[in-house]
Design a protein around this ligand. Structure first.
Ligand SMILES: NC(=O)c1ccc[n+]([C@@H]2O[C@H](COP(=O)([O-])OP(=O)(O)OC[C@H]3O[C@@H](n4cnc5c(N)ncnc54)[C@H](O)[C@@H]3O)[C@@H](O)[C@H]2O)c1
Length: 252
């Protein structure tokens, strides 16, 4: 018997999909039967991925801080594939800086991409999800949505904020059949972490986790696919942590 994809028939919009975890979400969504519009500010990488995946996937230039880009991305999903069922707010930026060394511009840039971007996404996509009869929004937060770290004041503030945004949107949109949940990755091997430069010895840190290694993007994608799919039909406002046990406690 031919197996049916977990996202068969669904149309999804994924932000920050040109590389890293976003690109893995795009690939897996298409493999699970979804048709996907994805955006990024990295046009070359985005176009390459779209060319690789074929007709069930379409790339748009989409800076999540720009309202007009959001309107165009949602319109693209409706124009190319006729509807929108799923939004994955994945785009995010990280800059390690201690508060003393951080400018207001740095702080604002992180909050604008990570929080305002996701809020704009919910605002713009909700009417389209409603028109499709309901849907699912998945906000990519972090373990930094639960704990802080030196050098990550803005990043952690943004990822805590996504939890509040998720829960408020879940309450506002529930009556329209729109579920809103958050995913909280731990240390995942992507271009973001490769270039983050925290000064922390990653090997020692990760060796002390209950699952003593970095996570892979595909391991996070599993949680995103679940929340996007009808298998999560009674989940809204919830938090799925994919962190190798990082939040279980201190390493002593
Ligand atoms: N890698 C980790 O360990 C980790 C852990 C927890 C949470 N996260 C979160 O997961 C998400 C994906 O991270 P990643 O590790 O794949 O990082 P990444 O840097 O590899 O990918 C992020 C993508 O977002 C895009 N982006 C940045 N600013 C944008 C904007 N204004 N508009 C649209 N796209 C924009 C980037 O160009 C990039 O393609 C982020 O929200 C990140 O904060 C990552």
């Amino acid at each position: 018997m031919e197996s049916v994809g977990r996202l068969e028939g669904k149309v999804a919009l994924v932000t920050g999909g040109a590389r890293g975890m976003g690109a893995e979400h795009v690939r897996r969504f298409v493999a699970e039967g979804a048709r996907v519009v994805f955006g990024d500010v990295l046009d070359e990488e985005g176009k390459q991925l779209a060319a690789e995946l074929g007709a069930d996937c379409h790339y748009v230039h989409h800076d999540v801080t720009r309202e007009s880009d959001w309107a165009a991305a949602v319109a693209a999903a409706q124009t190319y594939y006729g509807r929108l069922d799923v939004l994955v707010n994945n785009a995010g930026i990280l800059r390690f800086r201690r508060i003393a060394d951080m400018s207001v511009e740095d702080f604002t840039a992180i909050m604008t991409v990570n929080v305002t971007g996701a809020w704009l996404g919910i605002k713009t996509a909700a009417p389209a999800l409603n028109a499709a009869g309901g849907g699912s929004i998945v906000n990519i937060s972090s373990v930094e949505g639960f704990i802080g770290a030196a050098g990550l004041s803005a990043y952690a503030a943004s990822k805590f904020a996504l939890r509040g945004l998720t829960k408020s949107a879940a309450r506002e949109l529930g009556a329209d059949g729109i579920r809103v949940n958050s995913v909280h990755p731990g240390g995942i091997a992507t271009p973001m972490t490769a270039s983050a430069g925290s000064g922390v010895d990653g090997n020692t840190f990760f060796a002390a986790l209950p699952i003593p290694r970095w996570g892979q993007p595909a391991e996070v994608t599993e949680a995103v696919v679940f929340l996007a799919s009808d298998a999560a039909s009674y989940c809204t406002g919830t938090e799925v942590v994919v962190d190798g046990g990082m939040l279980t406690g201190a390493g002593y």
